[in-house]
Structures are given as structure tokens and as C-alpha cells.
Design a protein around this ligand. Structure first.
Ligand SMILES: Nc1nc(=O)c2c([nH]1)NC[C@@H]1CN(c3ccc(C(=O)N[C@@H](CCC(=O)O)C(=O)O)cc3)C=[N+]21
Length: 284
């Protein structure tokens, strides 16, 4: 049976680190604030939001929630971001993505003030990830995967990592972050030929497609480490990952569960980024 790479100890470690930093900010009269911007009622957004609310409450981070109707226009969404830009009590902003409808998403992302961009959505923040430059913040989900790998001591140097999924939220940025750590990265997607055999050849597989239980035992081999980034709801409304966990767990070396895996750490990384943005705002 695979080792289960649980999010909980990583979440607890981050909470411990943040506790004292939030305390120091409070001594300077700064209450760390985080703005959430959600458009519509997508179940995976709501799942993220539920955990974020829980984490913020337990850490003492102030949340400001803005919810727009599905069908909100480009102008309405940009106006909401403008409101967050001008709210001095919000040190960082998370906008749930992808945006519904035919919105120019990158234009929306680029209206957020750089210093509040704690999910690395602006062109400049993403460019920095691709250029190995330390500027701004990396996308929280990609950063959460890296934290998981480091916490559990999974070696990256020279390792062959297959990433399945090429989104700007996770697939593309994590490929660059892994490269920076000297992994050999293969970036796969829905049109990849011989996907299963490519996945089987990897040391580490990162699944980020958003398709419920899409990857079964034929895609994996003994000893592999599997990060399941998917947050999906099956036909019965149950939360599940991109990997068919029950069928794959007996085969591989280590695997993250859903729930209780990468997603749970993502929300903690979001809090860590908000605290860092608050610190930067007062020059710490
Ligand atoms: N800009 C952006 N970045 C994202 O990374 C992003 C996004 N938008 N939109 C929505 C999806 C989904 N997502 C989740 C993250 C954590 C949990 C999470 O905390 N899940 C808990 C369970 C929560 C529950 O029980 O519902 C867990 O997996 O243990 C869920 C979903 C990030 N996404």
C-alpha cells in the first residue's frame, strides 16, 4: 500500500509558522486581511472558499468576501477588483478561476494591484515564475504542491516529473517551478499520445486535469509519487480527485488523498501569502 501524503501535518506546520508572524503584525497594529472574489456558485470554488474561511478564522485573518452573479460583465468584475485595490484593510486578493462566460480573464487579472496579487495571476507575476525571478507570488496551488513534495522529502533533483494538465493556475507554473529545482519535466495534456505509458515512466506524477477519477491503475507504476490536484464532484456529489484513488493506492509508492491532500494545503499557502503581503505592506 502506498504511503498517504496527508495535507494535515503540512497545514499544521504552516499554521505554526504563521501564528507568530500574525502576532508580530498585531503588535504593530496590523490586522492581516484577505479578499475573496467569487463569480457564480461553482462547486470547486465553494469548496476552496469553505476551507479558506475555516483557515482564516482559526488564524485570525480578516476576510472580505465579494460575490458577483454568474453572468457578471467584464466591467463589473473589474470594478470589484478596483474596490479591493482601494481597500487598505485587504492585503491580498484571491479571485476564483476560471471565470465563467466570455470574459477576458487576463485583462481582469491585470487590474489587480501587484502587491495584492497573492495568487500570482498578473502577467508580471507569472512572467517571474517563468524567468526564475523572485518577484511577487507564485500561484497558490502550484506552491502547495512544492510544499507537499518538500515536506515529505521527495527528491526533485534529476527526477522525471510528468505533469498532466496545462492550465495557468497549475500545470504551466508548476512545470517551471519543478524545472528550477532541477527536475526533468514532461508536460502532458488531453491530446498527448500514449499518455498512460508516459505517466508510468515518471518518478513523480502531478494530475491536474479536473476530470473525476480519470486516471486508473494503467497510468501508474510501483514506487511512484502521485500528487492529485483535482477537486471534482462525481455524479453522486462526492468530492474526488483526478486519480481513481482506491484502485491506484495499492500500486504506487506514495499518493495524496482528496479531500485532505493538496487542496487542504493550498488554502494554507493562500493564508501564508496573505500574511507575507501584509508584512511587505509595513516593510517587514
Ligand atoms: N484562482 C484559483 N486558484 C485555484 O487554485 C482554484 C480556483 N481558482 N478555483 C477553484 C479551484 C478549486 N480549488 C480548491 C482548493 C482547495 C480546496 C480544499 O480546501 N479542499 C478540501 C476539502 C473541502 C471540502 O470538504 O469541500 C480538501 O481537499 O481537503 C478545494 C478546492 C482551487 N481552485
Amino acid at each position: 500500500m502506498a504511503e498517504r501524503l496527508a495535507g494535515k501535518p503540512v497545514v499544521e506546520k504552516i499554521a505554526e509558522e504563521l501564528g507568530s508572524r500574525i502576532g508580530s503584525l498585531a503588535e504593530r497594529g496590523v490586522e492581516c486581511g484577505l479578499a475573496l472574489l467569487r463569480i457564480g456558485e461553482r462547486p470547486d470554488d465553494l469548496s476552496y472558499e469553505r476551507t479558506a474561511v475555516k483557515r482564516a478564522e482559526s488564524l485570525g485573518i480578516k476576510l472580505r468576501r465579494t460575490v458577483l452573479e454568474d453572468g457578471a460583465s467584464q466591467d463589473e468584475i473589474e470594478a470589484a477588483i478596483d474596490g479591493i485595490n482601494r481597500d487598505a484593510s485587504a492585503h491580498g486578493c484571491l479571485m476564483f478561476r476560471p471565470l465563467p462566460g466570455d470574459i477576458d480573464e487576463q485583462a481582469v487579472c491585470d487590474t489587480l494591484k501587484t502587491e495584492k496579487d497573492i495568487d500570482g495571476i498578473s502577467s508580471a507575476a507569472l512572467a517571474a515564475v517563468f524567468m526564475d525571478r523572485d518577484f511577487g507570488f507564485a500561484p497558490c496551488t502550484a506552491a502547495a504542491c512544492m510544499r507537499m513534495l518538500d515536506f515529505y522529502g521527495i527528491p526533485l533533483e534529476g527526477a522525471h516529473v510528468v505533469v498532466v494538465g496545462r492550465s495557468l493556475v497549475i500545470g504551466k507554473p508548476i512545470a517551471m517551478m519543478l524545472l528550477r529545482r532541477n527536475a526533468t519535466v514532461t508536460l502532458c495534456h488531453s491530446r498527448t499520445k500514449d499518455l498512460a505509458s508516459t505517466m508510468r515512466a515518471a518518478d513523480i506524477v502531478v494530475c491536474a486535469t479536473g476530470r473525476a477519477r480519470m486516471f486508473g491503475p494503467d497510468c501508474f507504476s510501483p514506487g511512484q509519487t502521485v500528487l492529485d490536484v483535482g477537486i471534482n464532484f462525481d455524479d453522486d456529489g462526492n468530492l474526488c480527485g483526478d486519480v481513481d484513488f482506491d484502485a491506484v493506492e495499492p500500486i504506487v509508492g506514495a499518493i495524496t488523498p482528496v479531500p485532505g491532500g493538496v487542496g487542504s494545503v493550498t488554502t494554507s499557502v493562500l493564508m501564508a501569502h496573505a500574511v507575507e503581503a501584509a508584512e511587505r505592506s509595513v516593510g517587514v
